[in-house]
Design a protein around this ligand. Structure first.
Ligand SMILES: Nc1nc2c(ncn2[C@@H]2O[C@H](COP(=O)(O)OP(=O)(O)O)[C@@H](O)[C@H]2O)c(=O)[nH]1
Ligand SMILES: [Mg+2]
Length: 299
């Protein structure tokens, strides 16, 4: 995100001009009285920061009321802290393709995010292969195939109704035989039940792991920022079942409640890695906690 601060502040426009404008004006005062603190608490909740993170932020401001630091700086620092979740990277063994699995509810932005990342990695000179395991919906594979053609990378796909783990198996085979650097695997977001979906995702994971030690190396949960606290509840289900290594939070441009990023980091303890700020291919930003906190609290 440091690379494109203006894209970041553009993506956060709705959030900044909504609740965070009000938050900024309260914080502009040097000392906050109890009423102002309560107002601030209400605004943070309104911005979807969530009860747990809101409480931490308010407590930090309260505790530092006798210091010289401005409430705005304190809030910025504490938001940065809450957003800083350490990564636990799993390195691919030498020569193995790096396997990334993308999971999440339907419509959150999985396929689009894979296309954005696929293009980015390709532009960096990596050999990219995509794999379409959303065999549940007719359009599931097609969308990924269309993106693959647009960004000029290959894709392994199958018929609707095919066994998703079998498609993942073929994808890994193809990545190995073609010497791909990375395999990005798209998955379904909805099956008959939540249990079916989780079992399918776990089966895909096991299948990949049998072929390549330590794979999948990344399991990215794709979330829709406009879902707010509901999205967070859905995310908890995924994080209970799967070893998530990161979160891509899409459609931050479409919400005034960008505070959800803080709730997600605080409650899931999974690092937000990417922010989706639009539908174009270059509308995906690397997440940087400090840059985010600064952009959130800037006019
Ligand atoms: N505004 C905006 N739209 C997005 C973003 N990411 C994805 N979308 C749109 O969200 C819709 C669903 O995305 P898709 O990738 O098909 O979701 P999937 O069902 O999880 O694969 C599409 O119309 C995308 O263009 C984003 O960051 N911002
Ligand atoms: Mg999709």
């Amino acid at each position: 995100m440091t690379r494109s601060p203006s894209k970041l502040s553009g993506g956060l426009k709705r959030t900044r001009s909504g609740v965070f404008d009000k938050i900024r004006s309260i914080l502009a005062r040097r000392k906050l009285d109890p009423d102002e603190l309560q107002e601030l608490e209400g605004l943070l909740l309104q911005a979807d920061v969530g009860p747990s993170a809101t409480e931490k932020l308010i407590l930090t401001i309260q505790k530092s009321k006798d210091t010289d630091a401005s409430p705005l700086d304190i809030l910025k620092r504490e938001i940065t802290n809450l957003l800083t979740v350490p990564r636990k990277p799993v390195q691919a063994d030498n020569g193995d393709p790096c396997i990334w699995l993308f999971v999440g509810v339907n419509g959150t932005g999985k396929t689009t995010t894979i296309a954005k990342l696929g293009k980015r990695f390709k532009d960096e000179g990596k050999r990219i292969l995509l794999c379409a395991c959303d065999t549940y919906r007719a359009a599931g594979s097609e969308q990924l195939e269309i993106w693959a053609e647009r960004i000029g990378v290959d894709v392994v796909a199958s018929q609707m109704g095919a066994d998703a783990a079998a498609v993942a198996f073929d994808g890994v085979d193809a990545a190995l035989s073609r010497g791909s650097d990375m395999l990005l695997i798209d998955t379904a977001g909805r099956l008959h039940t939540r249990k079916d979906l989780m079992e399918e995702l776990l089966k895909i994971g096991r299948t990949i792991g049998k072929k390549i030690d330590k794979a999948p190396h990344e399991t990215i949960l794709v979330m829709d920022a406009t879902f707010g606290q509901n999205g967070l509840q859905q995310a908890k289900v995924f994080s209970e079942e799967l070893e998530l290594t990161g979160i891509a939070l899409c459609k931050i441009d479409g919400t005034a409640k960008g505070g959800i990023v803080i709730a997600v980091s605080d409650e899931l303890k999974v690092p937000v890695r990417y922010l989706g700020v639009g539908e174009d291919m270059d509308d995906l930003l690397d997440f940087d906690p400090e840059a985010f906190a600064t952009a959130l609290l800037s006019p």
